[in-house]
Design a protein. Structure first.
Length: 417
């Protein structure tokens, strides 16, 4: 993730991954607690017909799978122009995104029907973006239904504290290349979509220079606003108000094939300068390439420091800029006694930016002492479950104590300049 910075655009680069996972508790797969499905609502005075709702849902799925906007719009209640426009847009989005393996199953109602015959129900949706997602996303989404005479119609998607997929929220700008798929929600965002698509394309190249074995396939989702990021990830309102971007499992699952996408908070990301915005995107692409949101047991200094190392590797900025916060911290408080701990990456930590810069410098030390390949091997082996001490020794010949000493020496040198 990337938090909002009050620094110059260039200095934003130094924090970068408070963009990759700045608020680690929000990024870690084990930090997400899926909202429990609401209990079936008590019967109301209006009759709810699950069978008819399921039939309406299947009609919508068929239209969306065919990319038929007119048929999809017709599944909305008569006279409900907003619902018709939304459903038509979903079908158009599906065609642009090449949505496949689409299915929907009515689970149960989560609210009683109101006086007009409308209610919300939990629906299990499944889909994937062909050419980018290895397996289908499986997600429980709230769907609105309405009695329309003798028929049941669909009115919309989302709400209830669950996840609301970006492609179901309304019209999108979609950009597709062999390297990346970008979807940007909202009207009049063509220019923004073009810029993000270019950064995503470049980010794939940045990652491939360090991880040439990566098959590529970066998906970047940009909701209409900050609230849309929270909704897409099923998070409490305001959870991502300081985050420029975050890599996350699309449906909260942590299986090896779970799709991992980058979610951009436009209200923060658009405030970055071009260099900072590119670094953030490259950092997040590194997390996607290494399935970081699905990986447990990797020390945060290695997980975040490695992503920063890849993102900053070819950026032409002095250390006095990219390590400015940790340099100031060392000048003020002295050299840390140990490598950055997990507590330092907590969103409430006082010197969060300095923790990310520290982690990046640790990884730079490994690469300087033993070579970039050694750093890559270290990251891969720890990700695979090897103990840090063993992986560090085998990959670089360093002990953790020796690495700490070398890192401390580098911090002293930078603070003395």
């Amino acid at each position: 993730m990337q938090p909002r910075r009050a620094r110059s655009a260039a200095l934003v680069v130094a924090v970068l991954l408070v963009a990759g996972v700045g608020l680690w508790l929000l990024l870690r797969p084990d930090s997400y607690v899926a909202p429990g499905r609401a209990q079936p609502a008590a019967p109301s005075s209006r009759s709810i017909d699950p069978a008819a709702a399921s039939a309406a849902l299947q009609s919508l799925v068929d239209a969306v799978a065919d990319g038929d906007a007119a048929r999809a719009g017709a599944v909305a209640p008569a006279g409900d122009d907003a619902a018709s426009t939304l459903l038509a847009a979903v079908a158009t989005n599906a065609a642009a995104l090449d949505v496949v393996d689409l299915s929907a199953r009515y689970v149960d109602e989560v609210s009683p029907a109101d006086a007009s015959g409308r209610w919300q129900a939990a629906v299990e949706l499944s889909w994937r973006f062909d050419g980018f997602d290895r397996e289908a996303v499986r997600e429980e989404v709230q769907v609105g239904f309405a009695a329309d005479g003798a028929q049941i119609r669909v009115t919309g998607f989302g709400g209830g504290g669950g996840r609301t997929p970006v492609w179901l929220t309304g019209p999108l700008e979609v950009r597709r290349s062999t390297q990346a798929l970008v979807l940007v929600a909202g009207p009049d965002r063509s220019e923004e979509a073009d810029a993000i698509a270019e950064r995503a394309r470049r980010a794939v190249g940045v990652v491939e220079r360090v991880l040439p074995q990566w098959a590529g396939g970066l998906v970047v989702e940009v909701p209409a606003d900050e609230a849309g990021v929270d909704a897409a990830l099923g998070a409490a309102p305001g959870s991502y108000d300081q985050i420029a971007a975050v890599s996350a499992s699309v449906d909260g699952a942590v299986s090896p094939a779970t799709p991992v996408h980058v979610f951009v908070n436009p209200e923060v990301y658009e405030a970055l300068d071009p260099v900072g915005a590119q670094v953030v995107m490259s950092h997040e692409a590194t997390h996607v390439a290494t399935d970081a949101p699905l990986t447990a047991g990797v020390p945060l200094w290695l997980l975040e420091g490695f992503a920063d190392y890849v993102a900053l590797r070819d950026v032409d900025l002095p250390l006095s800029t990219t390590a400015a916060q940790v340099i100031d911290q060392v000048r003020r408080d002295g050299v840390p006694a140990q490598l950055p701990s997990a507590a330092e990456f907590d969103q409430t930590a006082t010197h969060l930016g300095a923790a990310y810069e520290s982690a990046w410098l640790v990884c730079r030390v490994v690469a300087t002492e033993a070579g970039e390949d050694a750093l890559v091997r270290l990251y891969e082996r720890v990700s695979d479950g090897t103990a840090l001490a063993d992986a560090l020794r085998d990959a670089s010949g360093l002990t953790e104590a020796r690495l700490t000493t070398l890192w401390q020496q580098e911090l002293r040198r930078l603070a003395a300049d």
